[in-house]
Design a protein around this ligand. Structure first.
Ligand code: ADP
Ligand code: MG
Length: 252
């Protein structure tokens, strides 16, 4: 455990829900600048692991260390302030706000600490943040929906919106839980292109993904979870040819 360029270190994490071992003995390192995919069958514990990393779930045992700071015991907000942003499996956006306002919220929050949401005054006179929000919205392909209310977006577009809300934070680490779920193939491919572009900017990413096309298009390294345990780790090539992985996906 002396990998010099690792940004995230998950060390022996356990989590049970009423006797169900959702995570057992999970060790995982994420290196600076890499795109690390976590794959595995439904119910493998992928979302639980991500929720442990962002402070939504307290592990029963083990630790998560980010850039030298222990995340275990910190609140989601504190973890976010350290430079960890996430895109959840179920998009969490402000349904009553417009696309533009939604993307401005995390930027204002980052600048002002706890941001008091007052949609009548908060978004005026914020030219710089507004300009950047507009650029990020164009990046994720929502330019023509910028003034639409989030509640009126399709599920796929809500995911793009949440991605924009993550990107505008310029996180050191971006965690994505199935960012292409609910998207048609065309939108999935656009998202892959966007995530590639982000990678060129040097952003470290952990991506949970069910779609193998996405995984093999993006990942530098892959960890495979099954039954709450890491059963394989390696390059896409190594994972593709690993018999344990094929076995875990049988019966899916
Ligand atoms: P994945 O994201 O890989 O599909 P999850 O992490 O969502 O898997 O779930 C792992 C296991 O833990 C599943 O069996 C799921 O039913 C269970 N689980 C997840 N969250 C909870 C919870 N809050 N309470 C009880 N069981 C849960
Ligand atoms: Mg999940």
């Amino acid at each position: 455990s002396d990998i010099p360029d690792r940004v995230l270190h998950i060390d022996d994490v356990h989590k049970s829900f009423a006797g169900l071992h959702a995570l057992s003995n999970v060790d995982l390192d994420v290196r600076q600048g890499e795109t690390h995919a976590i794959i595995g069958p439904n119910g493998a514990g992928k979302s639980t692991l991500l929720n442990v990393c962002v402070g939504r779930i307290e592990p029963d045992r083990g630790a998560v260390v980010f850039d030298g700071d222990a995340l275990t015991g910190k609140s989601p907000h504190e973890i976010n302030q350290l430079g960890v942003a996430r895109v959840f499996q179920t998009p969490e956006v402000f349904l009553d706000l417009s696309v533009l306002e939604n993307v401005m919220v995390p930027a204002l929050s980052r600048r002002d600490g706890h941001f008091k949401l007052n949609p009548f005054t908060a978004f005026s006179g914020e030219t710089e943040i507004r300009d950047e929000a507009e650029a990020v919205i164009a990046d994720v392909g929502l330019k023509n929906r910028i003034h639409m209310t989030a509640s009126s977006l399709s599920r796929g577009d809500k995911r793009r919106l949440e991605l924009a809300m993550g990107l505008i934070q310029h996180p050191k680490l971006l965690l994505l839980d199935e960012p292409t779920a609910g998207m048609a193939r065309h939108d999935t491919n656009a998202t892959i292109d966007l995530l590639r572009k982000i990678k060129e900017r040097g952003m470290t990413k952990v991506i949970i993904e069910h779609d193998m096309h996405v995984v093999f298009s993006l990942a530098d390294r892959i960890s495979v979870l099954a039954g709450g345990r890491i059963i394989a780790q390696g390059s896409p090539e190594e994972i593709k040819n690993n018999p344990k992985v094929k076995e875990a996906y049988l019966g899916e």
